[in-house]
Design a protein around this ligand. Structure first.
Ligand code: SAM
Length: 174
């Protein structure tokens, strides 16, 4: 299992970013997203996309991240510009993930030091400041070595048929 924990959601201001974190988690192979704070709007949007475009993908909202970090029975990876290079640490993380669930933590604003401390790996996608969405996408693609791009979607109402030009969407029969 790969779960993405999104910390520090600020209602209004972060609705789009939190939605994009969860949609990116879903599209790029994670099994679920846990959104901390008042993120019901983002959660509804993602559940709606999963209904239409398929799953499985689970999204939940929670008030507090500390119990999740404390009780997580597996590996914790925290994505941060201050961490070790993704290109250096993804192999050992992947190896550990063969036997353990993986929690990938991303922030919004400032992230408390205890998260750095709890993480088994603090991972930087470059050591330049950018975005939790970009960092998550690169990390998941490296973790899955591109296999997530070819995933099957279950219980979708619709499916996009790739086109060189234009848009084609097919209804999916049950
Ligand atoms: N200034 C905040 C801090 O010092 O913790 C970080 C804010 S940043 C806009 C939001 C999130 O994007 C971070 O918590 C981290 O998860 C992610 N992020 C930004 N740049 C990153 C990088 N180079 N590598 C990995 N994650 C990054």
């Amino acid at each position: 299992e790969v779960a993405v924990l999104r910390l520090g959601h600020r209602p209004g201001r972060d609705d789009r970013m939190t939605t994009h974190v969860a949609l990116t988690a879903r599209a790029l192979g994670a099994d679920r997203a846990i959104l901390v704070g008042d993120a019901s709007q983002a959660s509804e949007t993602v559940a709606d996309i999963t209904d239409r475009f398929g799953g499985p993908f689970d999204v939940t909202v929670t008030d507090a991240y500390r119990p999740i970090l404390r009780d997580w029975e597996g590996t914790v990876v925290h994505l941060t510009m201050y961490g070790e290079p993704v290109e250096a640490v993804t192999d050992p993380i992947r190896e550990r993930h063969l036997t353990e669930p993986l929690l990938v933590v991303v922030g919004a604003g400032k992230v408390d030091f205890e998260v750095y401390d709890r993480a088994d790996w603090n991972v930087g996608v470059t050591n330049q400041p950018h975005s939790e969405v970009a960092a998550l996408a690169v990390f998941l693609d490296r973790l899955f070595e591109g296999r997530e791009l070819d995933r099957e979607w279950m219980d979708a109402d619709r499916r996009v048929i790739p086109q060189a030009t234009g848009k084609r969407v097919e209804e999916v029969d049950d």
